[in-house]
Design a protein around this ligand. Structure first.
Ligand SMILES: NC(=O)c1ccc[n+]([C@@H]2O[C@H](COP(=O)([O-])OP(=O)(O)OC[C@H]3O[C@@H](n4cnc5c(N)ncnc54)[C@H](OP(=O)(O)O)[C@@H]3O)[C@@H](O)[C@H]2O)c1
Length: 355
């Protein structure tokens, strides 16, 4: 039987890279979003709002996917609201598809906040988990929308008889424009501003992040793991961490990024210096840079998600991820982290997002 993928959140950093990988592997691929673009050749757009059940039903009327890749979330003011909204996204979709009985596997993308707690608990929680983070770590006491999304998948799997996999990336590095969290693009925008103005490229995070070990997840390796787990017998009904497979210290990578853009940098010095503050008055400046270099997006807030970069780089502990589980089962893809960043910077230049 032909594999038919439904990528939910197809314009996002995870979803768009996954859609490309599926299409290049020969899958018939539908891409769902409220504003699905058709920039990806071969992707069949599905325009629907996951919070609107009737709209979702109509949009999916003639589509019977075999594989669901759930790569979306909505940002709310509190974790309580996150839980309500983000579990409804999953539940609504799986309820609408249930009568079709076409779904064989659901792959859900969550993240390391599974182990660290949600943003609002990040630095406040008294006990921090042991690193490297491992899938076997039990759920935290603190409420978490990832747990609610997982539970919605487990319930539907029990009811409808499909298999599932959960994928937990660290910070995702990859190409996407206008999505909620994109550290790679945020740093490229900041570095471009430094280059244009002669400002120093200041590390916005904590001492623990500057000095400690870290890893990240290229959106392309995440896509490969999603497809591997969804199609191999051994990848079913399990949760998997997913990172590039190398480790680094930000004090090493920050200098490499500064070298790439040929700018001066400053590392961690005495205190956290948030990027959100650093960029808060730069909208007009970005407009002039965009005009001068003929760039396609002059809205800084659409490109840079400084709040998210600050949260990830401001963590009070080093954070790195154990990859043993999927490796032992045969998923052996590797991605160089420096290449993740420089490939992205190259693509951002090519697409006229940065000078
Ligand atoms: N980005 C990271 O660095 C990172 C790191 C670790 C974990 N994660 C996790 O990975 C998962 C996927 O996140 P992401 O960063 O890939 O997301 P993203 O880039 O922000 O993309 C979200 C996608 O969902 C769509 N969408 C949002 N609300 C929708 C709705 N109501 N109905 C239909 N489509 C909707 C968006 O398009 P429209 O706006 O057009 O609808 C977009 O295509 C999340 O759980 C996130 O927490 C992300």
């Amino acid at each position: 039987m032909e594999n038919i993928a439904l990528v939910v959140g197809a314009t996002g950093i995870t979803g768009s890279n996954l859609a490309q990988e599926l299409i290049s592997n020969g899958w018939k691929t539908y891409g769902l979003a409220r504003n699905p673009n058709s920039n990806i050749s071969g992707l069949i757009p599905v325009k629907a709002d996951l919070l609107d059940k009737e709209n979702l039903k109509t949009a999916l009327e003639n589509i019977s996917p075999t594989h669901i890749f759930f790569t979306t979330w909505m940002r709310n003011d509190s974790e309580e609201e996150n839980i309500k909204v983000n579990s409804a996204l999953v539940r609504n979709l799986l309820n609408v598809l249930s009568p079709k009985k076409s779904v064989q596997h659901v792959a859900l993308v969550t993240g390391l906040k599974h182990y660290l707690g949600p943003f609002e608990a990040y630095t406040k929680s008294g006990s921090l988990p042991e690193t490297p983070l491992r899938e076997e770590q039990t759920r935290l006491e603190y409420p978490n929308f990832y747990y609610a999304q997982e539970d919605a998948v487990y319930e539907a799997a029990e009811r409808d008889g499909f298999t599932w996999s959960i994928h937990r990336p660290h910070t995702v590095i990859g190409y996407a424009v206008g999505n909620l969290m994109n550290m790679g693009t945020t740093l490229a925008i900041y570095a471009s501003i430094c280059k244009e103005t002669g400002r120093k490229f200041i590390f916005p995070g904590s001492s623990a992040q500057w000095n400690g070990l870290s890893d990240v997840t290229d959106a392309r390796i995440l896509a490969k793991q999603l497809i591997w787990a969804s199609t191999s017998e051994v990848g079913k009904n399990q949760a998997f961490n997913i990172t590039n497979g190398d480790i680094f210290r930000w004090k090493w990578l920050w200098e490499k990024i500064a070298d790439y853009f040929q700018i001066e940098f400053e590392g961690f010095e005495n205190e956290i210096r948030p990027l959100e503050q650093e960029l808060q008055n730069d909208q007009e400046l970005w407009e002039s840079i965009a005009e001068k270099h003929n760039l396609i997006e002059n809205n800084l807030s659409k490109l840079a998600s400084a709040w998210h970069t600050d949260l990830d780089l401001g963590r009070p502990i080093e954070v790195m991820t154990d990859m043993t589980n999927s490796r032992k089962l045969g998923f052996t893809s590797f991605q160089s982290t420096l290449d993740s960043f420089t490939d992205l910077f190259g693509k951002l230049k090519e697409e006229k997002i940065i000078p």
